[in-house]
Design a binder for this molecule. Structure first.
Ligand code: B3K
Ligand code: ZN
Length: 886
């Protein structure tokens, strides 16, 4: 908890460290009621800062009980140092020395899940960003890189497996039933990449032969009951290792790579050197217990953490303001990997839908910040969608501007130039510039200016001159601390469609010849016109293909034009996007009708468009499924000036029912065909099968709205007879959202009974119910909090129930009496004391109060005030609440 006034840390105050740590030798003595940590640090004055003086040495340390301290074998007494609840300060007498400390810590009662803690019966660590200071006194900053040797000692029968970073070098038995193991990491690393695990774990082992023919041992450790759910993660790991060699020329560098799955984990996973620690939800996957989405998430997270070995570990961040250096880049890398392993277009559609709904909302809210923030109170609050997802979009734009080859030249230079260093986003861009001989000065505004730029486009066709001009106007809304913005470099990938739907050859005025039918132009000014020549007939533009920049584009498309693009655009992503724009127009019309108290009338063009999608069996099923999915209520909220929760819900549900009524035979035909295939073929986690099941399941969810007995029978058949969690969970979810009360109750009970011993499946069971938009949602969630499988101490449970309710069940969360807000605030207050990082994350929906009507604004603000006044707040919660109210 915070005891002093929270301090704001500014990027502009960065200074290199006064001292460095060359060698770090750690010994952990793990016990049931405490742990002893001995640290020996071989230190010296940082030559970069050496000016003849010997400044005080200020070590970070929190919640540590100092038992012994010595410098160069001279024992230090309380007169030799100053101790506060966050620092240990002492005066070196020479410019190189060895510091020895012993501290006592209490992992057994660490509920914040940061530093060393227990998840169930196993010990594990989470040190990023600033958790190592809860383990020992240290220079806990990423620009201090050291070689680590770690010895772990624990009771043999409870903790047969003892792991840390690097290679195992020695082990042995001790008296009293204890044993020990020593690990040595030859690579210098910052403390945030340190890891330790001790537990009763089983592992699946494999071998990977690298491109230079070195053999690497791969091990995935899990609790014994999960040993049958590891193969998919192992396959994903091997694919990732091969892909990074092929696409980036990056090879793994140690003799062993380990992943450990733990149940209690604040995020998805952590890239500790050679010893990744994962939330079990991002490792365990098999057909019977994990959905297709979960399989894809495991593949993506395994890849993401593995890719960090180069983008993050070998080349790390100078300071935490540079977080996107490793995160934005690594998200881009994992997105490209997933695109190569599955369907590229579908992956892009999913990512863009997520970005537009969630990151755009963050960028428009009180916590908006640049990809490289200028300041923070609590760094844990900056593991955001902006740093990760928008950061990845920034790297994607560099890739688009330089082309695949130029980008690869840039990453080769970056890795070679900075191997073993802690660097900045500027260093990354500089490598791109130097390798390609380009100037990215203006482009770098993407790192420093927050907010989602708008790009308004106007067309002008001159039939006599045979020219077609597009005028782009960019602007960017003010964000906290940034009133004015300078123009961005916005790469716009585009094509011009002729009347038959073909891409016209594109030649800009002044160019000698046409350069293909798809190209990228760079909008760099506030207003800029591009004129295409040799254009005989007025074309239809397809703009920002693949979302080539993270901006909000507007062009005055008519609905018939959108339908034309849906059918003909050569860019699959833009075909989907045209469908989304059409749906948005139609839904916004319905929202208006609902608000005026008029009868709802759906534009039948949407039905026509959906009918042709369903009837055309030549189309990619995954694309059909994506295109049949209406924009979410959360997205409709994000694009509203003032979001009318009830009107949005009513309009969207009306559209869904109309689709179900009008296209029942087509939906049923697709459903039955795909369910028959699912029945006949055993589960496979491949893109083709994902596509088939996604279409089957979206069809079922529409069909169920009919309330027909034949659909109920089909749904129950799927629920009972399927061989995989994707079909079973969808069947359960549509039942839960239906009015078939008896069948619903029976299905929920049998599911819970069957999966009661599998916490990850129970998370799904909680989420499905938390997401049900039927009336009474809050009461259902409150009742579920008393279920024996629920606990506030497990972050996955909090996310599955409280998070799913507040983020995905908008009508119930935003009910007019404010009870949803009160519920969330109550739990944020409780979580603040247990686990500040989770408390702060769960707050996000309340921070969006400016989006709603006045009555709701007042209620939401009142809850934020109540949290602020609730007592001693963690810096995590304090920062988010105070910035939201500012
Ligand atoms: N680097 C970690 C995130 C750590 C978050 C700490 N609060 C996972 C990842 O992005 O790979
Ligand atoms: Zn990451």
């Amino acid at each position: 908890m915070r005891t002093e006034q929270p301090k704001v840390i500014h990027l502009k105050d960065y200074q290199a460290p006064d001292y460095l740590i060359d060698e770090t030798t750690l010994t952990f003595e793990l016990h049931e009621d405490h742990t002893l940590v001995h640290a020996q640090l071989v230190m010296r004055r940082n030559p970069e800062r050496a000016d003849g003086s010997l400044p005080a040495l200020v070590l970070d340390g929190q919640q540590l009980e100092l038992l012994a301290l010595s410098m160069d074998d001279r024992e230090l007494g309380t007169a030799d140092y100053q101790l506060t609840d966050s620092h240990l300060t002492l005066q070196p007498v020479s410019d190189s020395f060895t510091l020895d400390s012993t501290v006592r810590i209490h992992p057994e009662s660490n509920t914040a899940l940061e530093g060393l803690y227990k998840s169930g019966s196993m010990f594990c660590t989470q040190c990023e960003a600033e958790g190592f200071r809860k383990i020992t006194y240290y220079l806990d900053r990423p620009d201090v890189m050291s070689r680590f040797t770690t010895t772990v000692s624990a009771e043999q029968h409870r903790y047969p497996v003892l792991l840390s970073n690097g290679n195992p070098v020695a082990s042995g038995a001790e008296e009293g039933g204890r044993h020990w193991a020593t690990w040595e990491d030859p690579f210098k690393k910052p403390a945030y990449l340190f890891a330790l695990v001790a537990g009763d774990l089983w592992c699946v082992e494999d071998v990977f032969t690298t491109m230079s023919q070195r053999e690497v041992t791969l091990r995935i450790y899990v609790e014994p009951e999960n040993i049958d759910k590891v193969q998919h993660a192992m396959d994903s790991l091997k694919k990732s290792m091969r892909w990074d060699e092929e696409v980036y020329g990056r090879e793994y560098d140690l003799d062993i790579f380990m992943i450990v799955a733990v149940n209690d984990f604040n995020m998805g996973a952590m890239e500790n050197k050679g010893l990744n620690i994962f939330n079990s939800s991002c490792v365990l996957a098999r057909a019977e217990t994990a959905t297709d989405a979960a399989h894809q998430r495991v593949e993506a997270v395994v890849a993401h953490e593995y890719f960090h070995n180069w983008s993050g570990n070998r080349v790390t961040c100078r300071d935490w303001f540079q977080l996107s250096l490793k995160e934005g880049f690594t998200v881009f890398r994992d997105a490209e990997f997933s695109a190569d392993m599955n369907s590229r277009t579908v992956k892009r559609i999913e990512d863009v839908a997520f970005l537009r709904t969630n990151q755009f909302a963050e960028d428009a809210g009180p916590m908006a910040h640049p990809v490289r923030p200028d300041s923070f109170i609590e760094i844990s609050n900056f593991y955001t969608l902006t740093v990760y997802e928008k950061g990845s979009e920034v790297v994607r734009m560099i890739h688009t501007l330089l082309g695949a080859e130029g980008f690869r030249k840039g990453t080769d230079l970056y890795f070679e130039r900075h191997d073993g260093q802690a660097v900045t986003c500027d260093d990354f861009v500089k490598a791109m510039e130097d390798a390609n001989g380009v100037d990215l000065t203006q482009f770098k505004r993407w790192y420093s200016q927050a907010g989602t730029p708008r790009l308004a486009v106007e067309e002008a066709f001159d039939a006599t001159a045979r020219t077609y001009s597009l005028t782009f106007r960019q602007s960017c809304p003010a964000t906290p601390g940034q009133a004015e913005k300078l123009p961005f470099v916005i790469p716009v990938e585009l094509g011009l469609l002729d009347a038959a739907g073909n891409d016209l050859p594109l030649r800009l005025a002044g160019e000698g010849e046409a350069l293909g039918g798809n190209r990228v132009i760079s909008v760099t000014e506030a207003e800029q016109t591009f004129t295409f020549v040799d254009i005989a007939e007025k074309p239809l533009p397809s703009l920002l293909r693949g979302l080539s920049a993270p901006v909000k584009l507007s062009f005055p498309y008519g609905r018939d034009q959108l339908m034309f693009l849906m059918q003909h655009d050569s860019d699959g992503f833009n075909r989907w996007d045209a469908g989304q724009q059409l749906s948005v127009q139609v839904l916004q019309e319905l929202i208006g009708q609902h608000q005026r108290g008029e009868a709802l009338v759906l534009d039948t063009r949407l039905l026509d468009a959906f009918r042709s999608l369903l009837e055309d069996e030549s189309l990619d099923q995954a694309m059909v499924a994506e295109m049949l999915s209406l924009p979410s209520e959360a997205y409709l909220t994000e694009i509203s000036e003032v979001a009318d929760v009830d009107a949005i819900h009513a309009a969207r549900e009306f559209a869904r029912r109309s689709i179900s009524d009008a296209l029942f035979p087509q939906l049923l035909a697709r459903y039955q065909a795909n369910r028959a295939l699912s029945r006949e073929t055993p589960y496979v986690a491949s893109a083709e099968h994902f596509a088939r099941r996604t279409l089957q399941n979206i069809a079922l969810s529409y069909l169920m709205l009919s309330g027909k007995a034949e659909v109920l029978q089909a749904c129950l058949e799927q629920f009972e007879a399927c061989d995989n969690m994707t079909e079973r969970l969808t069947a359960l979810s549509v039942l839960v959202n239906s009015g078939f009360e008896d069948e619903k109750a029976r299905a929920l009970a049998s599911f819970a009974d069957h999966f009661k011993d599998n916490p990850l499946v129970m998370d799904q069971w909680f989420s499905v119910q938390a997401g049900s938009t039927l009336p009474g949602g809050l009461e259902r969630v409150q009742a579920l909090m008393g279920h024996k499988a629920f606990t506030l101490k497990n972050p996955n449970k909090v996310r599955a129930l409280i998070g799913a309710f507040a983020n995905q069940n908008l009508v119930n969360f935003h009910r007019a009496d404010g009870a949803g807000y009160r519920f969330l605030a109550d739990h944020v207050i409780t979580l603040n004391a247990l686990n500040p990082q989770i408390a702060s994350r769960q707050l996000a929906p309340l921070t969006r109060w400016r989006k709603y009507d006045e009555a709701r604004q007042t209620l939401m603000r009142a809850e934020l005030e109540r949290i602020l006044a609730s007592g001693e707040l963690s810096s995590d919660v304090y920062e988010v609440v105070s910035k939201s109210l500012a």
